[in-house]
Design a protein around this ligand. Structure first.
Ligand code: ZN
Length: 287
């Protein structure tokens, strides 16, 4: 039976999470090491300070009313502005269909189980923590990351955990993590919200850069029955990807697409498991 921690134990775990994550964190803008100060982390090179509030390390910067996230299409940027407040996060999480979460969670759990237990597992975007239950069984530490502060707070408040969690407010396109510093990353229901192909490639590259072993990524399948039908009706949704496309992008970043199951014939989403080849590093060019 799963052990549920008390609030005091959670507090201790929260602080342990901060301590544990320090060696794997870097500045998301220059990839240099960070210096831990009281209630913040700072980068000497960029002269930026990242605050820590309620155990959430905040790596998002705002510029000209948009978050500096690495997204560049207007549609993707607008998507990022939503659900920042706790109230909006609450409404969003209450709307989410439990049935869809259960079938999604089970498929991810199965993929994770087959890969063996991880030490650090990243869940980005974690939202209000709807999939945490399925992820925490297969890892020692769970890194919950989201662009929306409200979602992270909602997850913290509403889901008790049996393992230590690390909370990061960050963009999935610009993660504050060292190369190969975590075992694996799970990225569910984000790629189809990115409106340009370059952004989707950037996302896969970033997830593979920080992960040493594997990545699980959901995508809206171009060849799903519903999407083919929508194509006939000329109502094809944008932001779909094919398995071939995922395999090609993975190959460019030293990984192989092992499988991409879905939760049913009528579902449009697939869950790609990308296995990183041994000793491979993804070199990021200086921007
Ligand atoms: Zn920096």
């Amino acid at each position: 039976m799963k052990e549920i921690l008390s609030a005091a134990e959670n507090f201790l775990y929260e602080n342990k999470g901060l301590e544990l994550s320090c060696p794997i964190l870097v500045c998301p803008f220059c990839q240099k090491e960070l210096i831990a100060c009281y209630n913040s982390l700072s980068c000497k090179r960029c002269e930026l300070c990242y605050p820590i509030q309620h155990g959430i390390m905040d790596f998002l910067l705002e510029k000209e009313c948009y978050w500096v996230s690495g997204a560049f299409s207007h549609e993707s940027k607008n998507y990022e502005q939503r659900y920042q407040s706790l109230e909006k996060a609450k409404n969003y999480n209450l709307q989410k269909k439990k049935e869809a979460t259960l079938s999604e969670g089970k498929i991810i759990e199965k993929l994770l189980e087959a890969q063996g237990k991880t030490k650090f597992l990243l869940d980005v975007p974690c939202g209000g923590g709807r999939l945490s239950y399925f992820l925490e069984k297969n890892t020692q530490y769970l890194i919950e990351a989201d662009i929306a502060y409200g979602q992270l707070l909602y997850g913290q408040k509403n889901f008790q955990s049996a393992i230590p969690k690390i909370y990061l407010r960050t963009s999935a396109l610009r993660l504050p993590l060292k190369d190969n510093s975590i075992d694996a990353a799970v990225c569910i229901r984000l790629s189809h919200h990115l409106h340009s192909e370059q952004e989707r490639i950037l996302l896969i590259r970033e997830l593979l850069r920080v992960s040493s072993r594997f990545v699980i990524l959901s995508f809206n399948d171009s060849y799903a029955f519903k999407n083919i039908y929508r194509g006939w009706k000329k109502r094809l949704e944008k932001n779909t990807m094919s398995m071939d496309e995922i395999a090609r992008i993975a190959n460019d970043f030293h990984a192989d697409l092992l499988c991409a199951p879905n939760t049913g014939f009528m579902r449009t989403h697939r869950y790609a498991l990308l296995i990183k080849r041994e000793n491979s590093n993804i070199i990021l060019k200086e921007e």
